[in-house]
Design a protein around this ligand. Sequence first.
Ligand SMILES: Cc1cc2nc3c(=O)[nH]c(=O)nc-3n(C[C@H](O)[C@H](O)[C@H](O)COP(=O)(O)O)c2cc1C
Length: 373
Amino acid sequence: MNSKYTPLFESFNLGKELEVKNRLVMAPMTNFSSNPDGTVSDAEVNYYERRSSGVSMVITACTYVTANGKGFHGEFGGDKDELIPSLSRLASAIKAKGAKAILQIFHGGREVPPELVNGDVVSASNIPSEGEGKAVPRPLSEKEIESIILDFGETTRRAIEAGFDGVEIHGANGYLLQQFFSPHSNRREDKWGGSLEKRLTFPLAVVDEVKKAVAEHAKGPFIVGYRFSPEEPETPGITMDDTLALIDGLVTKDLDYLHVSLMDFWSKARRGAEVDRPRIEIIKERIGDQVPIIGVGSIYTADDAIKALQSGVPLIALGREIIIDPEWVQKVEQGREAEIVTKINKDNQQQLDIPDPLWQAIIHSPGWFPGIG
Ligand SMILES: Cc1cc2nc3c(=O)[nH]c(=O)nc-3n(C[C@H](O)[C@H](O)[C@H](O)COP(=O)(O)O)c2cc1C
């Protein structure tokens, strides 16, 4: 290995008792390839096995905790006990290749395709997301909110029973947790909305419920991470200042990591706090050493990764890159970083073990993956 990359391969203590072998993580990525009954498919398991040998942790695609939170066609489920064997198959496949297996748990809220939920699209309030033809969601009742919070706990229990090493609470990318935190989608005036503080109630209650499930069911160390998106473009919408308030709430919760969802690791704040500074720097400054951070976004080369690590963020996630080059980590480890592939090759689907639905999504979405113009 080129010695300048050795810091990427230093182990790291996550949580009190759990050590991960290096600083590289597979980012959570939906693959649209699970079976219609919510079980994981063979192609999906192969895809994960292929990508679990180098990284220290694999964060899975999101799984829905409640049936009407299913956000994607071909998403696997975590909402009932019958699915524990399926979850277990996924956890075992990842762990057998040497990575820690983290299940990303989620509810899609207003972003759920209506046909997946019999048209019953729900959210904090009846505000659709911006864009053509978006469904007008039905505001959740207080009873339903409480039931979804319990569902996050139940899915965590299933993750424990299935052998996962942890869960990541998906509070990012505009889905239900973020919808409750956002002044765009949350216009409630009960205890779940109104002030900034009240908009935090739901996400923090989910964290508490997940931690409770871990305390009750985990027999050893079990990771709990939280993923959030730092800003929303909409007005009203989450600002960097709001994000810092969310962070202040999250750092009190004894989480094992916070994962900052960005498409570009170095992207700058658009408003609030200090514009023109990379969001990750502002966030790192606020969190300090209270909770480890995972950073992500357009890390394509070994130099990109080491530069990101030098920002003080201890863990770096690879998303599209590890789809494009499943041996990304091993190549750096073996001094072959010059061989890393950074653009998708349209002839390589089979060679890359990419399931059909994911492949179709990639090649029909110009600009999403490098190499698809
Ligand atoms: C195919 C695909 C599916 C994704 N699905 C999820 C998901 O299920 N949960 C999530 O939090 N982020 C998801 N993301 C976002 C990634 O985790 C990541 O934040 C983003 O792709 C930027 O990182 P990258 O430049 O390394 O790809 C997805 C991204 C891609 C490309």
